[in-house]
Design a protein around this ligand. Structure first.
Ligand code: SUG
Length: 445
């Protein structure tokens, strides 16, 4: 039986826009008010999926949640017809209108935390959708995300939990703060949960400027739910360095990425680095390798600007590793030079591949944000809804679907256009048929 990693990328939805909704995310703030191109954004994402599928990696696609979310606006007091709700929100609360339109579900690293069956006490793959409690526009994703995950991973091999209680003490951002390390796929591993602060013990270190979105207690709850009790896989909890959160590292995957026995991370990523690396070496054994990037070579600021660590670290068929980085890494001379030295060094990372994901990057979402990793053995892979697995045909179908339904320009003003509601619904209704998801959207139920 073979076990391999699949990446499930989020498809960018038709209302992709730049509204500066994510305080603490430097790119989101910087690009507030910029003109978005949803069509280009979706095609960039599909091109990444296609490239990785062509290289032989397991690749799937996750549908976006439906936007605008008019129910979310009705819940906060906007009444009347759909068009009236949108026009009142545009006048009285533009930030709420933007929240209801955000295409943020594209960043599926935040969709859920996933534990491999090799790690869990009951030998099943576990999913906990992230409550994304720190930002209103993201906190309204999980009900639909949960339905989509159930439609993609059906049957008894998969266990779907509810999102954690929706309060800041249980703030949970999903796989963006979770990395699975293992000697080899299919073997029990260490699930590394990285949190920003304690939700209950306020005497613990915490960032001073920007919010810590993930709490220790949320990470512990997910580990308990998934049965990571050490009988097979083991949960390890480590705190993010609060200073890097204040420098714009709003998720751990902006400063570290792991795969197999390798952890690629910045020197300043964690609060107690030496202790963490010792634990990982002890649990994973000799093959564990830390590739630590020193501040003297790449500053935290360059890491945040280039998204060097928001890369995909993938094991190729020959066993060597490849790093998929955004083109912003190529444009930053210090990062580019570092990557050249990294490949020459003869370490575990043998290749770097650059991809253009600019539309997503302008909202702070790089290659790693756009994908949810799921390790699957043969039997589990067979149980996945086959309509979501990337192929030449699916890529062509989805590209044509995007070309037919997506605008190439969306500004803040466009969000008040009621025509966007119908356009998005028509597109997504058709998408659920292409991906054979059933009626996952509220407007279909
Ligand atoms: O939650 N940006 C997302 C980016 C998420 C990146 N994901 C990971 N690092 N895994 C966020 O901050 C910006 C939307 C706007 O400003 O319009 C936004 O939601």
């Amino acid at each position: 039986m073979t076990t391999r990693e699949f990446n499930f990328d989020g498809l960018v939805g038709p209302t992709h826009n730049y509204s500066g909704l994510s305080y603490g995310n430097v790119a989101s703030a910087k690009n507030q008010g910029a003109i978005a191109n949803p069509r280009r954004a979706a095609l960039q994402g599909l091109a990444k999926m296609k490239q990785l599928a062509d290289l032989g990696f397991g690749q799937g696609v996750l549908a976006p949640v439906a936007r605008p979310d008019l129910d979310a606006l009705r819940k906060v007091g906007f009444t009347g017809s759909d068009a009236e709700v949108v026009s009142r929100a545009a006048k009285e609360a533009p930030a709420l209108l933007a929240s209801a339109h955000s295409a943020s579900s594209m960043w599926t690293a935040n969709a859920a935390t996933v534990s491999a069956s090799a790690d869990t006490a009951d030998g099943k793959v576990h999913f906990t959708p992230a409550n994304l409690n720190n930002k209103f526009h993201r906190s309204i994703e999980h009900p639909t995300t949960a339905r989509i995950l159930k439609a993609v991973f059906p049957g008894e091999r998969f266990v779907h939990h509810d999102a954690l209680p929706a309060c800041p003490q249980f703030g949970d951002e999903g796989a963006a703060n979770h990395t699975r390390l293992t000697r080899a796929y299919g073997e029990p591993g260490v699930e590394l949960f990285v949190y920003g602060c304690s939700g209950f013990d306020l005497s613990q270190p915490a960032p001073k400027k920007f919010p810590a979105r993930q709490t220790l207690e949320a990470s512990q709850a997910v580990a308990r739910l998934h049965g990571l009790d050490g009988s097979r896989g083991l949960a390890v909890f480590a705190q993010q360095n609060p200073d890097v959160i204040d420098a714009g590292v709003f998720h751990n995957d902006v400063i570290a990425v792991g795969n197999g026995p390798v952890l690629f991370h910045h020197q300043a990523a964690f609060l107690r680095t030496a202790e963490l690396l010792r634990t990982l070496r002890e649990k994973i054994g000799e093959r564990f390798a830390s590739v630590e990037v020193p501040t003297s070579e790449v500053s935290v600021e360059d890491a945040v600007q280039s998204y060097l660590f928001n890369s995909q670290l993938l094991t190729k068929q020959d066993g060597s590793m490849m790093l998929v980085v955004p083109s912003e890494c190529d444009a930053n001379i210090r990062v580019k030079d570092y990557l050249a030295r990294l490949v020459e060094s003869g370490g575990p990372i043998a290749e770097v591949r650059v991809m253009d994901l600019r539309e997503s990057m302008m909202n702070g979402g790089g290659p790693a944000c756009l994908r949810l990793r799921v390790e699957l053995n043969d039997a589990e892979a067979k149980a996945v809804n086959p309509a979501v697995l990337m192929s030449d045909t699916l890529h062509a179908t989805l590209s044509a679907w995007v070309a037919q339904h997506y605008r190439d320009r969306v500004t803040g003003d466009d969000l008040a256009d009621p025509a966007l509601i119908t356009e998005a619904r028509t597109a997504l209704d058709e998408l659920t048929r292409i991906l054979k998801l059933g009626s996952v959207y509220a407007f279909q139920r």
